[in-house]
Design a protein around this ligand. Structure first.
Ligand SMILES: Nc1ncnc2c1ncn2[C@@H]1O[C@H](COP(=O)(O)OP(=O)(O)OP(=O)(O)O)[C@@H](O)[C@H]1O
Ligand SMILES: [Mg+2]
Length: 169
């Protein structure tokens, strides 16, 4: 299933506007977060990035949907918050997706990028989302992906990408 997900991987790199892709992902994922979370954007002006746009957009989408599901699982009476930030240097650009959901327990956080690891009930999650994100960011684009539980509660996922870099097989 995992290799099927990468059937359409492009070997070509294209100029990519990460901030624009975040706005587009928010339109696509609106039905996931609309009644669940308020979105806060803090997007800085970024250097141009060369990457596989479809893959990086998939990562953004997966992170937004995971945050929405995490907040939804709390069955709150009021909206949660998802904050998306971008920042960059001449060498790399970074993006974080932070939510005020339940956080990730210590014994779980080391497993979340394993293929098929999920805490969702059967039929609700494949457990492939973050393993695909890891493959795209770390293996394919030679970037980094990290997850952190916040002291105030909630979770922050951050990925960084080198501004120019070829894809690796
Ligand atoms: N923002 C988050 N807050 C809390 N837990 C999270 C968050 N994102 C991921 N997780 C945890 O990591 C697990 C793995 O995430 P992953 O995206 O790989 O799979 P999934 O969301 O369960 O299923 P799928 O993405 O395939 O539908 C989740 O089941 C959940 O336990
Ligand atoms: Mg997921």
């Amino acid at each position: 299933m995992r290799s099927y997900s990468f059937k359409n991987v492009s070997e070509q790199l294209f100029a990519f506007d990460l901030n624009k892709a975040i706005h587009e992902a928010l339109v696509i994922a609106k039905h996931e977060y609309n009644h669940i979370a308020t979105i806060a954007l803090n997007l800085e002006e970024l250097p141009q990035l060369f990457c596989d746009p479809a893959q990086i957009s998939q990562v953004i989408l997966n992170l937004i949907i995971n945050s929405s599901h995490a907040i939804k699982s709390q069955n709150r009476s009021s909206h949660g918050k998802i904050e998306i930030k971008t920042w960059g240097t001449d060498e790399s650009i970074s993006c974080s997706v932070t939510d005020d959901g339940p956080g990730i327990p210590e014994h779980v956080i080391s497993k979340i990028v394993e293929p098929f690891f999920t805490t969702k009930e059967p039929g609700k999650g494949t457990g492939l989302g973050l393993s695909i994100c890891y493959d795209i960011i770390v293996n394919k684009h030679k970037g980094s992906l990290s997850a952190a539980c916040l002291p105030e509660g909630g979770t922050a996922f951050t990925f960084s990408l080198p501004v120019t870099r070829g894809l690796s097989a």
